[in-house]
Write a protein that binds this ligand. Structure first.
Ligand code: NIG
Ligand code: FE
Length: 414
């Protein structure tokens, strides 16, 4: 692992002046930076940075230099919510969607998540691993350096374990930082539709102990929403998961005021995600909670849903995070730069707010804020170097273009 120095950086963004776990409210508008900067990476970590005029005279500077004239450097994105291990794309049911069927209608007749679950039964671990590896390679090109990946297309004990083992293999082989989330309660299999609590029992009594025993999950998730799991189901699952030390990250309030946000906060969730149905009560519950409100613009865009009230949340002093929800049913893209543009275009978030929302705030939402999410000495050197672009604001403006030229993970160009 050789040391490297990036020099002549037009703007080095998101330097950490004081240690923060996340940024909220008004502070999301702040983006500390150094102009005409250098960044020194040593043994895969950020070692030091400063302005070019004070570079001469530094001892032990690395020989390997990367010239970033006219370019911006900032932390690589953390994508804190994906389902990127999946057996097959679902463009056929997308046609039903174009013709007018809703997400819930497709799910109710056995499509949607259950469709993926059926394919998952037949999928081999090797093929799942190969396909997911390709997806990881693709999202890196768009600047993602850390990603959370959920199970949830298994819905049987063996199939859930299969998915989680694939994620474990990805962790071992990929240069990205990866976190795994157990989402056994993603949808109710058809055979349990008349006795939903029986399926919840299986999640708690059969799946959770095996997942914990093999050490396969960092977090636990439940799809707590209308037509899926109830607040009571969620309560039970999260209580059981807490015994294994799994902190929740909840799918909440995508389809209704489901109570998902409140039950997540009650169980000290690291994040609650989606949030299309967020009103004053939900905002009050989130205030000072330590639970990161995470908006998934790709799903709202793809399903033509109402938008989560991002501005209202920030005005109430809350933090906001943005993630892709990369999955075959509601957000078939892992492109964080597109999500960033949606943040500005659809949710009226300023570029500074967006960059905070996809770096330090998503780092927090996947439990890696101490090692990623800002440019700080000692953090992992996961950074992006842009093309020559006019300004930081251009990042969320030029929505179809890949502004990222070089991605460095653990101090190495990938
Ligand atoms: O986050 N909302 C629940 N689950 C996923 C969709 C999964 C799928 O349709 O395959 C989501 O949007
Ligand atoms: Fe999701």
């Amino acid at each position: 692992m050789s040391d490297k120095l990036i020099v002549n950086i037009k703007e080095l963004l998101h330097i950490e002046n004081e240690s923060v776990s996340y940024v909220a409210g008004e502070r999301m508008k702040v983006m500390p930076k150094v102009e005409n900067a250098w960044l020194w990476m040593k043994e895969g970590k950020i070692y030091d940075y400063g302005t070019m005029d004070e570079l001469d005279g530094k001892d032990g500077l690395p020989e390997k230099r990367i010239n970033a004239e006219g370019k911006l450097v900032m932390p690589a994105w953390c994508d804190s919510h994906t389902h990127l291990v999946y057996p097959q794309s679902r463009e056929i049911e997308y046609i039903d969607k174009i013709k007018g069927l809703s997400y819930e209608e497709i799910a109710a007749r056995g499509g949607g998540i259950l469709n993926s679950a059926k394919k998952m039964q037949e999928a081999s671990e090797d093929k799942l691993f190969e396909d997911a590896t390709k997806r990881l390679e693709e999202i890196v090109r768009w600047g993602t350096g850390a990603v959370e990946i959920k199970s949830g297309y298994g819905l049987t004990t063996e199939s859930e374990l299969k998915m989680l083992r694939v994620i474990k293999r990805l962790k071992e082989t990929s240069p990205l930082t990866i976190k795994a989330t157990f989402l056994g309660a993603h949808s109710i299999p058809m055979e349990y539709r008349d006795d939903q609590s029986k399926y919840v029992d299986i999640v708690i009594d059969e799946m959770l102990p095996r997942v914990a025993d093999e050490g396969l999950a960092d977090f636990v998730d439940v799809f707590c929403d209308k037509g899926f799991f109830t607040v009571e189901d969620t309560d039970r699952i999260l209580e059981a998961a807490a015994k294994y030390g799994m902190r929740p990250k909840i799918h909440a309030n995508e389809l209704d005021y489901s109570g998902g946000i409140q039950v997540g906060v009650k169980h000290n969730a690291l994040s609650v995600d989606h949030l299309e149905f967020t009103g004053d009560d939900e905002i009050a519950a989130l205030k000072d909670s330590g639970t990161m409100p995470t908006i998934l613009p790709g799903a709202a865009f793809f399903l033509n849903m109402a938008l989560a009230p991002a501005r209202k949340m920030m005005e109430a002093g809350l933090p906001v995070a943005l993630a892709t929800d990369f999955n075959p049913g509601s957000s078939p893209s892992g492109n964080m730069q597109l999500i960033m543009a949606m943040g500005s275009i659809m949710y009226r978030m300023l570029p500074e707010e967006v960059i905070n929302a996809v770096t330090i705030n998503t780092a927090y939402a996947m439990g890696v804020e101490k090692e990623l999410g800002t440019i700080a000495k000692g953090k992992k050197a996961n950074v992006i170097i842009t093309k020559e672009i006019p300004s930081m604001e251009y990042m969320t403006y030029a929505y179809g273009e890949n502004k990222v030229e070089t991605v460095m993970l653990n101090g190495e160009v990938v």
